[in-house]
Design a protein around this ligand. Structure first.
Ligand SMILES: NC(=O)c1ccc[n+]([C@@H]2O[C@H](COP(=O)([O-])OP(=O)(O)OC[C@H]3O[C@@H](n4cnc5c(N)ncnc54)[C@H](OP(=O)(O)O)[C@@H]3O)[C@@H](O)[C@H]2O)c1
Length: 260
């Protein structure tokens, strides 16, 4: 039996992880969510699965997160914002709580094998995945998600500073879209736009299940095995909205309630 924890199981990535992991009834899956009812509306089958244990609460609750990740072999960090909101800090806030929770577990039992962390990030925060792409294209995409990416970079820096006692892998996909699982390969050099959330989830599980330390502290992306996912037609709109937020944050915040 393998145990995993998913933080942010109501999101696109988190719910894809839960869908894939819960196919195997021998897996024990601990999920952290802010709303149990939201999770059960999204994935009704999960409600009756005794191998899925739900921890409902706030991400700042270190004791709850410590219980959620205790005795797991891997923690999938998938709390996130998918909108470029000024001041976004969800990735860093979550990582700091997870590190604190790991400290608590270590202090309770210094022999306990700590879980490895598989952290959702983005190809956009790492230059090596942009080889051959004009710099202004990378800059534009970065700016359209600047607050999200600055937060991801800070979270990564914080975690890399703990590498003497924590093992983590930074998952850095290209563009993602809701689509079926089509097959992936892990890559340390290339990313691909678009991949499905399910393919990313499968890639994260592959990293978690790798028995050795080959992915520890690495930036890992994924490429399609055969053909990539469908095009996301909303991408140009989301890009435009993110650029407004980046360059006109006050205007964006004052209009946010009316922007679809
Ligand atoms: N979309 C892409 O093309 C793409 C490409 C590469 C990387 N990424 C990365 O993927 C991330 C977005 O992932 P996603 O699509 O899975 O996001 P999502 O669907 O918006 O899910 C976000 C998850 O985080 C939780 N969450 C948000 N704020 C929280 C808070 N304050 N406390 C606790 N939980 C909180 C949400 O819970 P609730 O349900 O309770 O709100 C939800 O479970 C971004 O960081 C982005 O950089 C995206």
């Amino acid at each position: 039996m393998s145990s995993y924890a998913i933080l942010g199981a109501t999101g696109n990535v988190g719910s894809s992880l839960l869908q894939l992991l819960s196919k195997n009834s021998t897996n024990e899956i601990h999920v952290f969510v802010r709303s149990r009812s939201k999770l059960f509306n999204l994935l009704p089958a999960v409600k009756d699965q005794s191998n899925v244990i739900v921890y409902e609460g706030q991400i700042q609750d270190v004791d709850l997160i410590a219980k959620c990740i205790h005795n797991t072999k891997a923690v999938f960090q998938a709390t996130a914002l998918s909108e470029n909101v000024p001041g976004c800090s969800i990735a860093t806030d979550t990582i700091k709580v997870v590190v604190e929770a790991l400290r608590i577990l270590r202090s309770q039992d210094d022999k306990e094998k700590l879980p490895k962390l598989v952290v959702l990030s983005s190809a956009s925060v790492t230059d090596k995945f942009w080889k051959g792409v004009p710099r202004f294209v990378h800059r534009t995409i970065y700016n359209a998600n600047c607050y999200i990416y600055d937060d991801l970079r800070e979270a990564e820096k914080y975690l890399r500073d703990q590498q003497d006692w924590i093992a983590a892998t930074f998952m850095k996909p290209g563009g993602l879209v809701s689509d079926v699982e089509r097959g992936h390969e892990l890559s340390l050099d290339e990313c691909h736009t678009f991949m499905s959330f399910l393919d990313l989830a499968a890639a994260m599980i592959e990293v978690a299940d790798t028995g050795d330390d080959r992915w520890d502290m690495k930036d890992v992306s994924l490429v399609p095995q055969t053909v990539g996912a469908r095009f996301e037609y909303m991408a140009p709109y989301v890009l435009g909205k993110g650029l407004v937020a980046c360059f006109f944050p006050q205007l964006y915040m004052s209009l946010r309630a009316w922007i679809p």
